[in-house]
Design a protein around this ligand. Structure first.
Ligand code: ADP
Ligand code: MG
Length: 249
């Protein structure tokens, strides 16, 4: 059984079917990328999976738990974290305080039996460890909102990691990045993949072809095809969907 499975998800907006019986699975330690032209239903699918939208039909399951009836914050507790494209950052606070807040929010009862001073030290350790993990330790005492875009995206990833996810949902992590920052984000995702499964929605085909074990192509709310990078590059239907775009990396 797969670690994660979205099964036959349907979402209608009035007469428009944004996702039409979409099924997608992610195995443990797999990076599964989802690509597709504008309007294909990628964002709708991400919102159905993270719980911002309720499906008209279908289910979402992680590690044997049916997440479909749960709101977003409870899905996070069950191991599904999503990056929110910087919007979850407190711009006026330091990197440290952003991470401390996130670490505290997800600490649950883990510090309950510690003396307050030890609990505080454990939280500080956890926050710093998150900064190191995404490569923000040098920016630790800087104000988050004053960081360059690429660093803010890393902080966003670190905030999602605070929940210790089994599945990390990355919605266009390279959006608005130059080639240097994109390359660093690819490196970061390569590091993370050893610890968690990743569902990656991304326009940057180079990044997708470097990272993905499997790629699914969404078109008009349906999965057109799924396969390895080589399968997708050689698929004539995919090429016609992406006519004018660079599919060959
Ligand atoms: P993508 O992220 O792949 O570009 P979206 O999921 O944003 O695609 O959109 C899929 C389709 O659903 C589009 O035709 C879009 O206009 C429509 N859609 C998305 N969200 C809404 C909404 N809240 N209300 C009405 N239509 C929507
Ligand atoms: Mg979108």
């Amino acid at each position: 059984m797969s670690l994660f499975a979205a099964r036959r998800l349907v979402k209608r907006f009035g007469g428009l079917t944004a996702t039409d019986h979409v099924s997608i699975e992610v195995e443990a330690e797999e990076v599964h990328a989802l690509i597709g032209p504008n309007g294909a239903g990628k964002s709708t699918l991400v919102n159905l999976i993270s719980g911002l939208l309720q499906p008209d039909e279908g289910t979402v399951e992680l590690d044997g738990v049916d997440l479909t009836p749960l709101p977003s914050y409870q899905r996070v507790r069950k191991g599904l974290s999503r990056c929110f494209q910087v919007t979850s950052i407190f711009p006026g606070a330091t990197v440290r305080d952003n991470l401390l807040l996130a670490a505290q929010a997800h600490s649950g009862s883990s510090f309950r039996f510690m003396a307050p001073r030890n609990a505080e030290a454990a939280l500080q350790d956890r926050a710093h460890e998150l900064a190191v993990r995404v490569g923000l330790d040098k920016e630790y005492d800087r104000i988050a909102g004053a960081l360059p875009h690429g660093a803010q995206r890393k902080l966003d990833v670190a905030l999602a990691l605070a929940a210790d996810p089994k599945l990390l949902l990355l919605d266009e992590p390279m959006a608005g990045m130059g080639p240097e920052d994109s390359a660093r984000m690819v490196e970061l995702i390569q590091l993370l993949r050893t610890d968690m499964a990743i569902l990656l929605i991304e326009h940057d085909m180079n990044a997708v072809f470097q990272l993905a074990d499997r790629i699914s192509v969404l078109v008009y709310g349906r999965v057109l095809t799924s396969g390895t990078a080589a399968d997708i590059k050689g698929n004539a239907e995919v090429q016609s969907v992406y006519l004018g775009t660079e599919v060959h990396a």
